[in-house]
Ligand binder design. Structure first.
Ligand code: AMP
Length: 455
């Protein structure tokens, strides 16, 4: 091999492969969502969106990649996410960037960047986003997962906290799940400071795990949700933050609980609930569902982050939010065997026999679609039996069959796929005829308001 000449960049070393043409697979902790799973994802998405519409949330999308400092400055250096899990790297222009591990900080950034402070307050935004955390993959834990969320920015009333809990509760109910709510208040900057002093004092002569020794130094509240036995034992008689809330925080929390009671929302007061991230204050809550072995699965969580917007350069703006994991809901829905209607199938299948019929059917297919009639086809197939089998699989209500004879006579066959009854109708009348039959099946309201206007 010749040596590179002076000033010439040496060639990149060859990439080593254990096998030639080896199979390339998804990265560890990443996954594909295959067509047969889409109905679950669509089901969840539709419910999330309907809920957003009901409560007047507007959708926001933010970039997958953000400046690393957005998360480093807000989530807390000592949190697992910032400490161990972020996909952070220097890009080609030398900027330190991060694949978003959560959505609250990006939404807060967007609130500032787009001057939403001058919009009518509170600003209510919802999202559906992929997130990246370099965790140890296991059941229901991925390195890329998806969350939906609702954020309310610019509002401090406890009614908003209550609304968010009610939204989350109602949403999980609408999935057909039995959500269990855990709720707590971790106070404001001033009452929390006092409580932390007490907590440190309490733990001073207690034996705690290595992680908690560190936490007591840097992020003492996190000691409260340690799962290690020896820490749990100590927690039993530790001071509880709820007893040390200042008047304002106490009143806020009591009002929130009263509203939940008024709305018959059951919850469990959990004095150890702190949530993992530094930006939270005041109300914090999490939603669980029972696993099939009586274990509990965390489905989502939220709370107030009244200091976050100021922390990243905005005006002091009280705010709160809730985020839920999509994959965990999908896993649970499948586990429960909930019947989810596959919305993918159409109303009508266009079947053709011969080149001439195919041409006419392609035109008819587009005309039906223009009329918002869900139409399916298999123009690459020639045999009628094969096409009708596909129509059957797609569970369409009617097949329209066109062959040479029908072209000559100016007709088309309409076949009811449930009964197998076939009728011959005028080709020119096929669209009004299909509409009429679908109206009868689906009810005038749905078709006249949303899909088909009868003429
Ligand atoms: P968090 O942002 O950590 O509060 O998570 C909110 C919800 O997202 C959790 O309750 C889980 O349902 C889900 N979630 C969090 N991390 C993961 C992950 N690595 N894989 C799958 N789902 C996750």
């Amino acid at each position: 091999m010749s040596r590179p000449k002076k000033n010439q960049t040496p060639a990149e070393p060859p990439v080593k492969h254990s096998r030639q043409n080896h199979k390339i697979q998804t990265l560890k902790g990443f996954k594909d969502v295959l067509p047969e799973q889409q109905k679950f994802w669509n089901f969840v998405f539709e419910k999330v969106k309907d809920t957003a519409d009901d409560y007047s949330f507007q959708k926001i999308d933010t970039p997958i990649l953000e400046s690393a400092s957005l998360f480093q400055r807000t989530l807390g250096e000592e949190t697992d996410i910032v400490g161990k899990e972020m996909y952070t790297f220097t890009d080609k222009s030398g900027e330190l960037v991060t694949l978003r591990p959560e959505m609250t900080a990006p939404v807060a950034r967007a609130y500032i960047e787009h001057g939403m402070v001058s919009w009518p307050q509170p600003v209510k935004l919802w999202y559906w986003a992929s997130l990246y955390r370099h965790e140890n993959p296991q059941a229901g834990r991925y390195r890329e997962h998806h969350q939906f969320g609702y954020e309310i920015l610019g509002g401090k009333e406890p009614t908003l906290d209550a609304e968010l809990v009610i939204i989350a509760y109602g949403l999980y109910k609408s999935f057909g799940l039995e959500p269990e709510i855990e709720i707590n208040s971790i106070g404001c900057q001033s009452c929390r400071k006092e409580y932390i002093k007490l907590l440190k004092k309490y733990f001073k002569d207690k034996k705690v795990c290595e992680t908690c020794t560190n936490r007591l130094e840097k992020n003492p509240l996190r000691v409260l949700d340690c799962k290690e036995n020896k820490c749990q034992e100590n927690l039993k008689s530790a001071p509880q933050i709820i007893d040390y809330l200042c008047e304002d925080c106490k009143n806020h929390f009591v009002r929130l609980l009263e509203i939940l009671d008024e709305n018959s929302i059951t919850y469990n007061l959990n004095p150890y609930l702190v949530r993992g991230l530094d930006y939270y204050n005041g109300t914090v809550f999490e939603i669980f569902v029972k696993g099939n072995d009586e274990s509990r699965i965390a489905l989502g969580g939220g709370g107030r982050y009244d200091y976050l917007i100021e922390q990243i350069g905005g005006r002091a703006t009280p705010a709160l939010g809730f985020a839920g994991g999509v994959e965990r809901v999908v896993i649970k829905l499948k586990e429960l065997g909930l019947e989810i209607k596959d919305e993918g199938h159409g109303d009508v299948f266009v079947a053709q026999l011969g080149d001439e019929a195919r041409k006419k059917c392609m035109k008819l297919f587009n005309e039906l679609r223009k009329q918002s009639i869900k139409t399916r086809e298999a123009f690459n197939k020639k045999g009628l039996t094969e096409q009708l089998e596909i129509a059957n699989r797609l569970k369409v209500k009617y097949a329209l069959i066109l062959g040479q004879k029908e072209i000559m006579e100016g007709t088309i066959i309409i076949r009811d796929m449930d009964s197998g009854v076939q009728e011959i109708i005028d080709f020119d009348k096929v669209i009004p005829e299909v509409k009429k039959r679908l109206l009868g099946l689906n009810g005038l309201k749905v078709y006249s308001e949303n899909r088909i206007t009868d003429n």
